[in-house]
Design a protein around this ligand. Sequence first.
Ligand SMILES: Nc1ncnc2c1ncn2[C@@H]1O[C@H](COP(=O)(O)OP(=O)(O)O)[C@@H](O)[C@H]1O
Ligand SMILES: O=P(O)(O)O[C@H]1O[C@H](CO)[C@@H](O[C@H]2O[C@H](CO)[C@@H](O)[C@H](O)[C@H]2O)[C@H](O)[C@H]1O
Length: 459
Amino acid sequence: MTATHEDLVRELAAELPHWLPTQRWFAGKDRPVQAVHPVSWTTVTDGDPLLIHLVVEVEQGTRREPYQLLVGSRQAEIPDVASSAAIGVESGLTCYEASGDADLTAVLLDLIAQEETIGDLTFEKEPGAEVTGGLRAHPITTEQSNTSLVFGSQYILKLFRKLTPGLNKDLMLHRALREVGCQHIADPLGSITGVLDGEPTTIGMLQRFLPDAADGWVMATTSVRDLMADPALAPGEHGGDFSGEAYRLGKAVAQVHADLRAALGTEPADRDNLDATVDAMTERLDRVAAQVPELVPHVPGLRSAFEEIRSVPVPVEMQYVHGDLHLGQVLRTLNGWLLLDFEGEPAASIAERAALRSALRDVAGMLRSFDYAAQQLLVGQPADPLLTEAGMSWARHNRDAFCDGYAKIAGSDPRDSTALLRALELDKAVYEVSYEHANRPDWLVVPLASIERIMTEGS
Ligand SMILES: Nc1ncnc2c1ncn2[C@@H]1O[C@H](COP(=O)(O)OP(=O)(O)O)[C@@H](O)[C@H]1O
Ligand SMILES: O=P(O)(O)O[C@H]1O[C@H](CO)[C@@H](O[C@H]2O[C@H](CO)[C@@H](O)[C@H](O)[C@H]2O)[C@H](O)[C@H]1O
């Protein structure tokens, strides 16, 4: 690291308070950024162009959170990357977020293939994995909280944006599932580790890329669009019926839960677990309601839905779960459904992510996602009761198919745990209110409408 780079990083940090909120992956859009402090930086490739790996701490009131950036810099003009990638001209150099610059990112795969170490950054292959370098990358453009680079058609490297000290749960669970031969994940092939708060910290995970896979969210919303083209049809009667897939997806999720139990064990649940769950749900509700006024009218009803589960029969066992399961986290391949991204909710604390939970949490997450798929096309459109009802009947039909598939493998039907599943769905919707408020304010109406509906209809 030269003194010039240090100056460059400090000048860059001064630009970031304005630039970060323009990035899809920045999770702090709910409040202003007061300052950005460089924490560590590593020159990955020196010269022109230059690639710097940068970790910054973002200050927002009392909140301080670490994020990673890849900073590219050139003497000449910025290459053909998204204009939103431009950060500024620092120390006479044009600086930009480099994840879209294939000339620069190719080196990351090469470093993993060669198992190199640069400063605090360690690039490794998973034991027994074969990784070949020499490929160029492009970033994927789906709705994402992190940034993923696809190398050729073989590998996908996810760079975790908001960092948590320690081994990332996504990598930890992928490793455990691979050990037990789980058929519903993309194989983990490598990782990048940095240092945060003095702890080795996962900053990237390399996986096998499935070039022919279809995204569950895209498949589901395509099916909804089909039905809305002919809204008088029943959801099982139109050509794009998704329920066969929803059923197979339910089976895959139940199998992954069984594999997680086999790999990492379980703990018996007791009434204290349920009490702690209610306390956590209520605490989250109060926190989100303090930030989002639109949630306030629902608070009393939500509180009593949560209180109801103090007296339900305890779930049989607690286990590792996916933690943020939705249709954007599942891929349909030729051989069946794969689950992605076991990191848990982006906003969850380290302790929350590490906790064992009821597998019903993931079922609730996926049920919410069917609801989202049904509503999302109508966001910003004039109200149309026929289309709204078509969406709702699509959601009911596919939620049932998913639960049927889940029950087939699990041996018990999640719908039998009525009060617990309802509370978990509502808790997830409260989380979504806070997620949309901070990330996609236009979509806030989706979880709010679901809360209204679940509270009115009772399911
Ligand atoms: N192994 C893979 N093969 C093909 N596409 C993938 C793979 N892994 C991820 N994707 C695509 O990338 C998207 C985002 O990946 P994900 O791990 O969910 O990132 P994030 O944590 O940022 O949400 C997925 O929705 C999927 O479309
Ligand atoms: O995939 P991520 O780990 O980044 O999850 C976050 O972003 C998701 C959106 O990309 C968000 O999911 C919500 O929107 C989805 C549609 O885009 C919908 O299918 C989900 O049901 C809904 O929760 C997720 O909550 C958030 O953690």
